[in-house]
Design a protein around this ligand. Structure first.
Ligand code: OGA
Ligand code: NI
Length: 362
């Protein structure tokens, strides 16, 4: 916790102001110390356990759209149509040729791995405050009874640069700050180009969403999923949808972990080396008046290997009122499907309920 002395009184850092997570043990530490069997609090109810992946869901996995970002950036019509369909039917897609150099991806991965390798005492220097979600910890624990995710994480405000809280950053870890900074800037460019394309698809100019949303911010959630001796009993991240505009995920190239809910089935998102995974968040679903879908997803664990991922959440200003865009409402054919809500009120409601299925807003 960061305590600042201001005008003679001690004040906690304001941080994200989105909510809080009750402190629980580091999962990585449970694994480091050795365990006989998975502790009770991590064992999911039978209905929530990751079931056996059927051959149909593996087949469906191959259909998750893959978009060539370089074509999209050139305004290629066919690729733009693919993006439209991907956002309507899947809410998730992978992008290739995204322009983020492999070297930058590698450095980002190495930085995250080096952070989680640090001794617990060192990581605790960057621990989330009692009333905040920024920093090192576990997410999102809102009750003593809830099942816990098999995951440690560090969440950092990454953009705009001037809004970073560097006291949560391991500044003495060589290369960490540079790697995260470079990656976050590059990945935000990708998110902005996708937003420009979505603006046009939603009947606006290229800068339509930018004008409505303002300069996008970015929160980077770096996830560490330790290996689990019984991956069929636990989940890495419980089912949730992302609250922001867009999420760009850098996942492990070799280990399958991410699964998305599609037509009632959990479908794995098979990694494509050096590709990025993009998904629509709740804010875009709301702005698009439900045309683009923010899909429930989760991560499962691996028996032998740890998996690391970085989710860059592009999100709007806390004070922005979000609601269906005029260009997406057509009374009486397509009335507004969501009521207007201030972004921070929305996020607070979502996080306070544990990261479960989405809120319905009407
Ligand atoms: C997230 C998330 C999935 C993954 O951090 O919001 O959905 O594969 N992560 O790590
Ligand atoms: Ni997510």
């Amino acid at each position: 916790m960061d305590l600042k002395v201001e005008n003679g009184c001690i004040k906690e850092d304001k941080g994200l102001g989105w909510g809080k997570s009750l402190p629980v043990q580091s999962v990585q530490e449970i694994v480091r110390n050795g365990y006989q069997s998975v502790p009770e609090r991590y064992i999911q109810e039978i209905k929530d356990r990751p079931s056996f992946i059927s051959s149909e869901s593996l087949q469906a996995s191959l259909q998750i759209p893959i978009i060539d970002f370089s074509l999209l950036a050139k305004g290629d019509e066919h690729e733009t149509r693919k993006l439209d369909l991907a956002c309507k039917e899947w809410g998730f897609f992978q992008i290739r040729n995204h322009g983020v150099q492999v070297k930058i991806l590698q450095k980002m991965r190495a930085a995250m791995a080096a952070f989680f390798e640090l001794p617990l005492m060192e990581k605790k220097k960057y621990a989330m405050g009692a009333n905040d979600l920024e920093g090192y910890g576990q997410a999102y624990v809102v009750s003593e009874e809830q099942k816990l995710d098999w995951c440690d994480l560090v969440a950092l405000k990454t953009l705009p640069l001037e809004q970073r809280n560097l006291n949560f950053w391991p500044l003495n870890l060589p290369g960490f700050k540079e790697a995260v900074e470079k990656y976050s800037i590059e990945v935000q460019k990708v998110a902005e180009e996708i937003n420009a394309n979505l603006s046009m698809l939603m009947g606006m100019e290229r800068d339509g969403l930018k004008r409505y949303q303002g300069e996008l911010k970015q929160l980077m959630r770096m996830n560490y999923y330790p290996p689990c001796s019984s991956p069929d009993l636990v989940v890495g991240v419980s089912p949730h949808s992302d609250g922001g505009s867009l999420t760009v995920l850098l996942q492990d190239d070799d280990i399958i972990g991410l699964q998305i809910k599609h037509k009632g089935e959990w479908i794995p998102v098979k990694p494509i080396p050096n590709a990025l995974v993009v998904n629509i968040g709740d804010a875009i679903e709301i702005m698009s008046n439900g045309v683009y879908k923010s899909i429930e997803h989760r991560a499962i664990t691996n028996e032998k290997k740890a998996r690391i991922s970085a989710a860059a959440f592009a999100h709007v200003d806390d004070e922005l009122e979000i609601g269906p865009l005029d260009s997406m409402v057509d009374d009486p054919h397509r009335p507004p499907m969501y009521r207007k809500i201030k972004y921070i009120d929305y996020i607070r409601q979502v996080l306070a309920r544990k990261w479960t299925a989405k809120l319905t807003l009407i």
